[in-house]
Design a protein around this ligand. Structure first.
Ligand code: AMP
Ligand code: ZN
Length: 466
């Protein structure tokens, strides 16, 4: 039985999707004003593991990840660079996919961009204006929090006593609001040059929160299964999404709220504003492997904080290498026919442990422990020549199944980083020099299997990815 910790109820709950056999979720994706840091990728990997495990369990999955491509920093940066929003964000969106591919993330099924959904946001704001959950002030539009008594139900923040009377006007920055807690749904442009859209509600641009309400409901319906994001989003972002969506539809918005704990550096959240961050690119340039990073980032259950250290990433790389070695040794073994019953039982036990761990709110460390226990048993069996052909087949299949969720063994070509390719090419050249042509061909085939094509030219070996 698959269970999730639901932030809304504070309970571990059995997952019962709205539609039998189908699971839909929305993950609050990146703001593309800069390269993503590996804290962002911890969250994206958690969403990827959720997606993959739902598929493992047999669900038909719809995974939506938004791209926030209009907000204050993007506007400021694009204006500085004298570029349009689209021109400015194109670079970071391209980088996002490169990083995501390298880290073994499956592409979400739907990736809506905020700037492409302005009419949907306007429509939602119109509804909120009609039913008194929103009001206009100075050309901007705000959500009236006092109109939504459930406000605070997700974050459990008690706002009683904090409410400022509706008649009292508060001037914060350039905005005029009825209540300090009220938040902007639609912002009047501060200047002529600021990007803005013409709409029946006035010329302006959307606030950040309305974007996720409008896009999630467009693709997943007014009520949907799972909403996921980092813990920093519980308040105010997700609290505001609930107020907007439920205010507009009168229906429950999301059934399971899942929040990912942060990646920390020396006890502090990794973030751009703190300056204590590494992008994936920074680490790849220092020679860290994407596979090792992915392992590190998913080695701890998503609801536990994870501390970043270079040693920990190096450790994860070693672990991944040993797993890959193990898989190679297992597939290269030439066992006798038959099945060793004891090893068969150990294999089934590993599957049960893996599934029990993942069913328990996606506990990846239990799942990984199941993988490591199994490798230990198989290593012993290999050393004692107890592996049989049926075991070999069953084990290789099981590793594939595990990897359909974890994606750490690195079968796919993406995991072949340039330096690995070069090492193998050097080894092949060396073999050929020693006239060990069979070995040379073996290396060529091995590379081909992983999507690397070699070309022998008079200037040496060139290679490319298929
Ligand atoms: P952003 O690009 O800031 O909108 O964030 C994209 C995603 O990364 C959101 O789901 C955030 O909650 C998440 N996030 C931001 N910082 C961290 C961190 N240090 N660790 C884990 N997730 C984070
Ligand atoms: Zn969001």
């Amino acid at each position: 039985m698959l269970r999730f910790h639901n932030t809304l109820t504070g309970q571990l709950e059995e997952f019962r999707p709205m539609r039998e056999g189908e699971a839909a979720f929305y993950y609050c994706g990146p703001t593309v004003w800069d390269f993503g840091h590996i804290g962002n990728f911890r969250s994206a990997i958690a969403a990827d593991v959720l997606r993959r495990y739902l598929k493992f369990k047999g669900y038909k999955v719809t995974h939506v990840m938004n791209i926030t491509d209009v907000e204050d920093r993007i506007i400021a940066k694009s204006q500085e660079a004298k570029l349009s929003i689209d021109e400015y964000t194109a670079k970071y969106i391209a980088a996002l996919w490169e990083d995501a591919d390298a880290l073994g993330l499956e592409r979400p099924d739907i990736v809506p961009r905020a700037t492409r959904h302005i009419p949907e946001m306007v429509e939602l704001i119109e509804k909120l204006l009609q039913n008194n959950h929103a009001y206009k002030s100075d050309g901007s539009i705000y959500y009236r929090i006092s109109s939504f008594p459930d406000y605070g139900k997700l974050s459990k923040i008690n706002f009683a006593g904090n409410i400022v009377g509706g008649s009292e006007r508060i001037k914060t920055d350039k905005y005029e609001k009825e209540d300090a807690r009220d938040f902007a749904l639609w912002k009047e442009p501060a200047s002529e040059t600021e990007p803005a859209w013409d709409a029946a509600i006035g010329r302006g641009r959307p606030g950040w929160h309305i974007e996720c309400s409008a896009m999630s409901m467009k693709y997943l319906g007014e009520t949907f299964d799972i909403h996921m994001g980092g813990v920093d989003l519980i308040f105010p972002h997700h609290e505001n999404e609930i107020a907007q969506s439920e205010g507009a539809t009168g229906k429950r918005f999301v059934r399971y709220w899942l929040h990912i704990e942060h990646l920390k550096v020396e006890g502090e959240t990794m973030s751009k504003s703190k300056g204590n961050y590494y992008t994936f690119r920074d680490l790849a340039a220092k020679g860290y492997s994407p596979l090792g990073l992915r392992y590190f980032l998913l080695s701890v259950p998503y609801r536990k904080q994870l501390n970043f250290t270079f040693d920990a990433v190096r450790g994860a790389e070693k672990t991944v290498e040993s797993l890959r070695d193990f898989q190679a040794r297992l597939s290269e073994a030439k066992p006798e026919a038959g099945m060793n019953e004891e090893l068969h039982e150990a294999t089934m036990r590993a599957l049960a442990e893996f599934e029990a761990g993942m069913d328990d709110d996606l506990n990846t460390s239990v799942a990984l422990a199941a993988v490591h226990n199994l490798t230990r048993e198989v290593n012993t069996a290999l050393a004692r020549r107890r592996l049989r052909a049926d075991n070999q087949r069953e084990l290789l299949d099981l590793i594939k199944r595990f990897d359909s969720v974890l994606n750490i063994f690195g079968d796919e070509q993406r995991q072949m980083v340039d330096s690995e390719v070069q090492t193998l090419i050097d080894e092949r050249q060396e073999a050929r020099r020693r006239r060990e042509f069979a070995r040379g061909d073996e290396i060529r085939d091995q590379l081909a299997q992983r999507g690397i094509i070699l070309e022998d030219t008079k200037d040496g070996v060139r290679w490319k990815r298929r």
